[in-house]
Design a protein around this ligand. Structure first.
Ligand code: AMP
Ligand code: ZN
Length: 475
């Protein structure tokens, strides 16, 4: 597989540190509100990367953090008059619900910054010992110029950065960082302010800087050198540049071998922002569209390209997804209706049909191997769907239909697209509501029982009370 490495600005052949294994660290969201549709892009893209590595037989250690201590969380907690952990815990749970809806699998580990403070203090101490950091009145700064390779990821020249910073110098003073030795230095540890969460440290009560969190958590859960570090392109500078500086200065080893950055999601060709009124949470969008459509839409472009979110493009994704789902349904019909006798050896003609899917699989893998080109891989799935539609009919054998179905399922699953019939989970939801209605009737709460019946009717489910119990049908 070839990956575009931000560090070298080239597509490079991926070579794992340990053969057959890959450690991936993806910067996760700051949890002060529901995640927005832009945050969903790295989640979906890198979940697909993980699935593809697994498809290729790798064992993947996938780590993605929650930033649960941050100015925005503290601000929100003060506004709501609660402890900041109440805000972060709530939005971690909400974020997990959105991830589930988008079929983003839980990470191997989802570390939280507030639970890793002792290791953060350790790394700051190491940096001070090695003279890469210093303390001034309870704040610890990283001595940026002490790290010779600073700027290697963002391809920035340290002197240009210096002059850029000088222009912003007055701003830095306002933010209380005017004691720094150098304008380029950044904070590793901040002293406590009244009303803020804090932890004890050798430099007094305080909290870690954002960049430090990822350096510490990736080391703890993956190792001193990680295979792939990923996130949105806005994180290249300063976040990832600072992570490299801290980690390499502290550990003395290369921090991450491949850096992958997703392009930004725009809304109707504009930057998403609350003030422009084009800011959408995943929750809002999933109420309007099937989350599977959103996932499919996100993968309709290669991850480094900018992606524009518009109704028109989402509808195009919906139609595309339906073509795949209709094909899957057709195969299921053949599997369900063919008599058992047809689950036998393939005829020569059928064997030829089955052999005919190999080039599609090869081209799909070629696309995915080329820096995770999901856009091309999806086009190959469409071609495969066309091939299946022309080569399968009600007389086809169960064996052939099953083999084609399994391939379609395998390729779709890498994309996080579920082709199996939805009814199972829907059925269990309906059964649960019917059970609730029965309970209400038993308790003579007829108002509630009627309310549940009407609710089901509203989604096209009609109930019928029979001697054998309640039966339901779609209308
Ligand atoms: P944040 O909570 O802002 O740190 O963002 C969490 C992740 O979402 C990071 O990897 C960001 O780069 C990414 N991200 C934020 N906004 C967008 C966007 N509009 N498009 C794509 N990725 C985004
Ligand atoms: Zn990070």
């Amino acid at each position: 597989m070839r990956i575009f490495n931000t560090l070298t600005r080239k597509k490079e052949v991926f070579k794992p540190i340990v053969p057959g294994k890959v450690g991936i660290y993806v910067c996760g969201p700051t949890v002060y509100d529901y995640i927005h549709i832009g945050n969903a892009r790295p989640m979906i893209v890198f979940d697909t990367l993980r699935r593809y590595f697994e498809y290729k037989g790798y064992e993947v250690n996938y780590v993605s953090n929650f930033t649960d201590v941050d100015d925005k969380i503290i601000k929100r907690a003060i506004e709501d008059g609660v402890d900041s952990s109440v805000i972060s815990e709530k939005y971690i749970e909400e974020c997990k619900k959105d991830m589930k809806a988008l079929n983003v699998r839980p990470a191997t580990t989802h570390p939280q910054a507030t639970k890793e403070i002792p290791d953060m203090i350790d790394m700051v101490e190491t940096l001070i010992d090695k003279e890469h950091a210093y303390e001034k009145n309870g704040t610890v700064y990283f001595r940026t110029r002490s790290f010779k390779d600073y700027g290697k990821l963002s391809h920035k020249n340290i002197d240009e950065l210096e002059s850029g910073h000088r222009a912003e110098a007055h701003q830095l003073k306002v933010s209380g960082e005017d004691e720094k030795e150098d304008e380029l230095d950044f904070v590793l540890w901040k002293p406590k302010k009244e009303g803020e969460p804090s932890w004890g440290s050798p430099w007094g009560d305080g909290r870690p800087g954002w960049h430090l969190e990822c350096s510490v958590m990736s080391k703890k859960y993956i190792g001193g050198t990680i295979d792939i570090h990923a996130g949105g392109e806005d994180l290249i500078f300063p976040h990832h540049e600072n992570e490299i500086a801290q980690s390499e200065a502290a550990n003395g080893t290369e921090f991450a071998r491949y850096w992958m950055h997703n392009g930004f999601l725009k809304i109707n060709n504009e930057k998403m922002s609350k003030s422009l009124g084009n800011f959408f949470t995943v929750r809002d969008i999933c109420a309007k569209y099937d989350p599977q459509v959103i996932r499919f839409f996100m993968l309709s472009a290669q991850y480094r390209s900018p992606l524009n979110f518009s109704e028109e493009l989402v509808i195009a994704a919906k139609n595309g997804l339906e073509r795949i789902l209709t094909c899957a349904e057709k195969l299921r019909d053949v599997i369900g209706t063919s008599d058992d006798a047809s689950e036998s050896e393939l005829t020569l003609e059928e064997q030829a049909v089955l052999d005919g899917i190999k080039p599609y699989i090869e081209r799909y893998e070629e696309a995915m191997d080329d820096d995770l080109n999901t856009a091309d891989a999806i086009s190959v799935i469409f071609e495969l769907v066309k091939y299946i539609n022309t080569n399968i009919n009600s007389d086809s054998s169960k064996t052939l239909a099953k083999a084609l179905y399994n391939t379609l399922e395998k390729l779709s699953d890498v994309m996080g697209i579920i082709i199996e019939a939805k009814s199972d989970s829907l059925d269990s939801e309906i059964e649960a509501l019917i059970e609730e209605r029965q309970q209400a009737r038993k308790n003579r709460d007829f108002a509630k029982a009627d309310e549940i019946r009407d609710k089901l009717l509203g989604v096209g489910i009609e109930l019928k009370d029979t001697r054998e119990g309640v039966k339901w049908k779609r209308i």
